[in-house]
Write a protein that binds this ligand. Structure first.
Ligand code: ZN
Length: 450
């Protein structure tokens, strides 16, 4: 009987978008150099608002924006240095055109993107200090050259309050693109430059794919490496790399209500008897992406879990008979760790007629324990994973670990090979009340997992 093991999928792989659409390009020089280094000292403590207002400009007849001079941008007065107008002139951004359901999807995505941090995403106009993304209209309506979004100039560090940035939402209905662009422009407002990490919102690469703040020292640049505008962004100790996650964490802190990261081992279970190489499956649960992880036996790491791993299932290395510990540890994007250890017992081999210790019986070339519940032949079980053989069978009255056999042979003492070609405790032996020839004996369906 060959055991079949099911890996648990903990994260759904991103599905490729089948629809084709033309995304507006962010690859425009209007995005470059928005964060500039004038030597202004970075503040030691956050002195700006933690509130980010997503304004769909649907109240009234769009958002009226007044042109102002550089560094006089304000979300409180809807003044912006960005439009190509004379100071004091106004222009109107038309309201978000894709409907409420679509808007809610974008807002949810932005909230998920900023979830690790103590940043409040709101959609009702705040009365006090706040940063604002106008998610509306087109670049043309802002009297601006072609772009997907734009942020005003800012010094290094989260130095300016009430920043007003734009994402020209009516140019595309791609939710992931809009979500990433909002995070991107807000990132500029708080002092982040462009990154070559295609998974990070600050990138120009692979626009329209899901973006999350990456705890990674990423190379600055649009399409090729360059120096960052500011040094040591996010503690990189480098002038050419920035770590967006650590930077935002330093500026705003992690939110106190963030759910913990946990790792659970589904296989093997504590104290389980296992073969020399055994399946391992685990569940990673966290509001944050996995950053790194490892699995060790007896303290020796044998596998680094790749960041992109979506299927938490592996096989252990071959281990000698006897007790061993298995430890899985993970680190999430917030540098939070979780760990789980279980003890397992690797079964001795009785291949080639080797003797088994008392209290065990040789079956399928393994010395299987006769202790009930331990997974050996005749042990009670509820699913196939409970059994060393991988075969939990039921006669309708009870479920016991079984295993395949040929009539008249190959079952150990105390067991008989029934007509269903499964080993079963001999009638009258032990506590089994099974009668007849067991013709009703059925293997449990695979996949009967709790
Ligand atoms: Zn940009």
């Amino acid at each position: 009987m060959r055991a079949v093991f099911f890996a648990l999928v903990v994260l759904a792989p991103a599905l490729a978008q089948a629809e084709s659409k033309t995304l507006p390009s962010l690859k425009n020089d209007v995005f470059e150099g928005r964060v500039i280094n004038r030597g202004v000292p970075r503040p030691q403590a956050l002195s700006i608002s933690r509130k980010l207002y997503l304004n769909d400009c649907k109240a009234g007849a769009g958002c009226v924006v007044t042109k102002t001079s550089f560094r006089n941008d304000s979300s409180l007065t809807n003044r912006s240095s960005i439009p190509n107008l004379s100071n004091g002139q106004t222009t109107t951004l038309q309201g978000y055109t894709w409907g409420d359901d679509h808007w809610n999807q974008v807002v949810d995505c932005v909230r998920e993107t900023f979830a690790p941090f103590d940043i409040e995403i709101v959609t009702d106009a705040p009365t006090g200090n706040h940063h604002e993304v106008m998610v509306a209209g087109t670049a043309e309506e802002l009297a601006y050259s072609d772009a997907g979004g734009v942020a005003p100039f800012i010094d290094c560090g989260a130095t300016a309050d009430n920043m007003l940035v734009f994402v020209f939402a009516n140019q595309t209905n791609d939710v992931k693109y809009l979500c990433g662009a909002i995070a991107h422009e807000a990132g500029h407002a708080w002092g982040l430059s462009h990154s070559l990490d295609a998974d990070d919102p600050m990138t120009y690469l692979d626009l329209g794919s899901s973006k999350r703040w990456q705890n990674f020292d990423a190379q600055c640049g649009e399409e090729s490496p360059r120096q960052c505008e500011c040094d040591d962004v996010g503690g990189t100790n480098s002038s050419s790399k920035e770590n967006s996650f650590k930077y935002l964490r330093t500026q705003f802190g992690m939110i106190s209500t963030l759910a913990d990261t946990t790792i659970e081992l589904d296989r093997p279970s504590e104290g389980q008897f296992v073969r020399s190489s055994f399946p391992i499956s685990a569940r990673y649960e966290s509001p944050l992406e996995l950053n790194s992880g490892s699995i060790a036996t007896d303290g020796q790491t044998f596998l680094q879990i790749p960041e992109e791993n979506l299927l938490f299932a592996w096989a252990s290395p071959e281990l000698p008979a006897g007790p061993h510990t298995l430890t899985i540890s993970v680190v999430d994007e917030g540098d939070r760790t979780a760990m789980k250890t279980v003890n397992v017992n690797v079964l001795a081999s009785c291949a080639g007629g080797a003797a088994c210790a008392s209290g065990t019986v040789c079956f399928e070339e393994l010395c299987q324990p006769l202790t009930d519940g331990a997974g050996g032949l005749g042990s009670t079980c509820t699913n196939n994973f409970d059994c060393i053989s991988g075969a939990c069978a039921s006669d309708g009255a009870q479920s016991l670990c079984s295993g395949s056999c040929e009539a008249g042979s190959s079952c150990p003492d105390g067991f008989e090979c029934l007509s269903s070609n499964l080993c079963w405790p001999e009638a009258g032996g032990g506590c089994s009340a099974t009668g007849g020839d067991g013709s009703m004996l059925l293997l449990l369906a695979l996949g009967g997992l709790a």
